[in-house]
Design a protein around this ligand. Sequence first.
Ligand SMILES: Nc1ncnc2c1ncn2[C@@H]1O[C@H](COP(=O)(O)OP(=O)(O)O)[C@@H](O)[C@H]1O
Ligand SMILES: [Mg+2]
Length: 316
Amino acid sequence: MSVIIETRKLSKTYEGAFGSQDVVALKDLDLVVHGGEIYGYLGPNGSGKTTTIKLLLALIFPTSGEIEILGEKNITARKVRQNIGYLPEGAYYPDFLKGEEVLRFYGRLYGLGGKDLERRIDAVMDTVGMTHARKRLLRGYSKGMRQRIGLAQALISDPQILILDEPTTGLDPIARKEIRDILARLRDEGKTLLISSHELLEVELICNRIGILSYGVLQTQGAIDELLTDREISILVAGTEQGAAQLEGTGITVEDTVGDRIKLRVPDETHVYDALARCKAAGLQLVSVAPRRETLEELFVRVVGAAEAAARKAAV
Ligand SMILES: Nc1ncnc2c1ncn2[C@@H]1O[C@H](COP(=O)(O)OP(=O)(O)O)[C@@H](O)[C@H]1O
Ligand SMILES: [Mg+2]
């Protein structure tokens, strides 16, 4: 698989103004984004996601380290610039413009014009499902519609790479799903997407690979299916609450109850046969035993929690 974006020991320190402390926003980042994937770039607020994105776009300059995009070390080269579409965090477009006017403006920035530009506008409006509203003023758009125009703007030059800074933050569930569907379609058409987010469910639903950033340090990076491993066992039993109550203090926990079905969670270290014996003794009928996949939220809390604990320890 081809590597589309790669950074080596990329670091950024913002110098403190007027004698205030320097901020180390990013430290020794080795990011790898493959062609045709959606890479979810995760981290709490202030962890360095936007800083990374601005570095990739050459909007700010690294303190040290290297960036290579599309095999090119000079990331301001035309070949690179033309091939990156960017949607900034909380993008704002003037209210008095029509949707299509926003795209015309950005298209010209990319050097497009005339019939070519109009053809691109038709195509991207269609991609984001905004053809019906393209002649309306942004003033009358919902948040989701504005965000779709933002996506269309990022797509205007038909770039190979899309870099989207928190594209679904602040949207309602329907608008999120619409954006998610568009992003998945773009990936299926062969584009490479880098999406920053702190909304884990979104990421789990559409990303192929993820990186988790905390305090400017990449804590983990890899394919989502490899990172979210089967760490525990899930046992489904039929029985009564009183039966389940007998499991208290054994390390087995009740995860969910629907009718007489009780879903139990068995931590790795507990022997599964032992757990089954306890269920039997408690009068619970076995329905199924299955591996339990860790959720992205659990992985995130584990990784970021460990980094925060280490940071606290280093501070004392
Ligand atoms: N222009 C700047 N000057 C000084 N510090 C900054 C600047 N931009 C960001 N920071 C700091 O760098 C850190 C990372 O910020 P940012 O990259 O915006 O994180 P995220 O996008 O993950 O929320 C934060 O501590 C932030 O306060
Ligand atoms: Mg940010």
